[in-house]
Write a protein that binds this ligand. Sequence first.
Ligand SMILES: [Zn+2]
Length: 136
Amino acid sequence: MTDPRPVPVPAASSAPYWEGAAQGRLLLPFCSDCARHFFYPRAWCPVCMGRNLVWREASGRGTVHTFSVVHAAPAVGFEGQVPYVIAVIDLAEGPRMMANLVNCAPEAARVGLPVRVVFEQRGEMRVPQFTPADGY
Ligand SMILES: [Zn+2]
């Protein structure tokens, strides 16, 4: 059975992010003007408005900043997913990003949980998600 969930559609500003994900690499935009990573991808740095941006591969490591357990499917295609954990991850490089916490029972999710990136196949795309770093 095919996955009924929607498949991400890259925008011009996020195309490198999705190309990296397809290769199993978490890429973040980095501002060469103020030497900071940021997320989400956009055409200028949200800190200094600089436009000297490059893409850098992140470690894929982070910790859970906050999370919520989703019990009611938010859209068609997610009925088979609930309950699941959606989390805001503090990446080791500094930015925060929202993703699902996978391979983790809802009752095992906690603030401060060390996590690492994994890539979930979704149609022809791969979506960065996070899993507990110590593998339970
Ligand atoms: Zn900057």
